[in-house]
Design a binder for this molecule. Structure first.
Ligand code: PEP
Ligand code: MN
Length: 279
């Protein structure tokens, strides 16, 4: 129900994502990871997979810190065509090899229906990025794929649009859906995006899906990652995503916002010490 009490598209019909259709929390089991339910999850890794050495360094460090899910982009949605576009299939092969070696669950973005079959053998969770939240042919195709999927909130998407994008996935047959708030566009310039904390309790109330928060893309600032991660957990988020790179200053994408392994250690310790994180 919208604040004025008017029914909108998302509430006129009983949606498959809604608590009316299924009251209990959806928990997604992927290898040793459980996403949603009573425990939290931390997803960490570089913005882009750049080389075997780069990913292996981060993966080993994250594994040692107790992180279960490794992120890394191989197909990168870049604003400029002149920027690094990702290693593509080669990157996914690197990711699989390293995940098998280190023992981690993996997540990587796909941007088109053709990339589904290409990527499926190499990763555990598909990510649909903010720029593709309303790529309806992609949503339908990933819906048919049955592989767990992390759906990012669109750059300027309302919660209703976000929920309906998730509905496409479930409607087409995939109920392994996680939502992630990654900040929305506002007039504010001191953060890359505006982290919409209110999205968390609303999405938790309106849907039965796990709700995560990407503290890196929502803020674009290393100095407020911990505060925002704490706020996310306090508001009821099921997990956090953060970008970690061995040498952020040399990163081929998002160089300014990625933290290094030492910074990650401090962030992670701070989060655990806060008592808000339940692993
Ligand atoms: C990412 O996770 O690397 C990414 C591109 O994020 P978003 O789609 O939220 O911008
Ligand atoms: Mn990034």
């Amino acid at each position: 129900m919208s604040p004025e009490g008017k029914k909108d598209a998302a509430t006129e019909r009983k949606l498959l994502v809604s608590r009316q259709s299924k009251n209990e929390d959806t928990v997604i089991h992927v290898k040793q990871a459980a996403i949603g339910g009573s425990s939290h999850v931390l997803i960490a890794g570089p913005c882009s997979i750049e080389s075997r050495d780069q990913l292996l360094t981060v993966a080993k460090a994250m594994k040692q810190e107790g992180v279960t899910v490794l992120r890394g982009g191989a197909f990168k949605p870049r604003t400029s065509p002149y920027d690094f576009q990702g290693l593509g299939l080669e990157g996914l092969k690197i990711m699989k090899e390293i995940a098998d070696e280190v023992g981690m669950v993996t997540i990587s973005e796909i941007m088109s229906p053709e990339q589904i079959d290409m990527a499926a053998p190499y990763i555990d969770i598909f990510q649909i990025g903010a720029r593709n939240m309303q790529n309806f042919e992609l949503l339908k195709a990933v819906g048919r794929s049955k592989k767990p999927v992390l759906l990012k909130r669109g750059l300027s998407a309302t919660l209703e649009e976000f929920i309906l994008a998730a509905e496409y996935l479930i409607y087409n047959g995939n109920d392994q859906v996680m939502l992630i708030e990654r900040g929305i566009r506002t007039f504010e310039k001191w953060t890359r995006n505006t982290l919409d904390i209110s999205a968390i309790p609303i999405l938790k109330q309106e849907t039965h899906l796990p709700v995560l928060v990407d503290v890196t893309h929502s803020t674009g600032r290393k100095d407020i990652l911990l505060a925002c991660a704490k706020a996310a957990l306090a508001a009821g988020a099921d997990g956090i995503m953060v970008e970690v790179h061995p040498n952020p200053q040399d990163a081929l994408s998002d160089a300014k916002q990625q933290i290094n392994v030492d910074e990650f250690h401090a962030f992670w310790k701070g989060l655990r010490d806060s008592g808000l994180y339940h692993g």
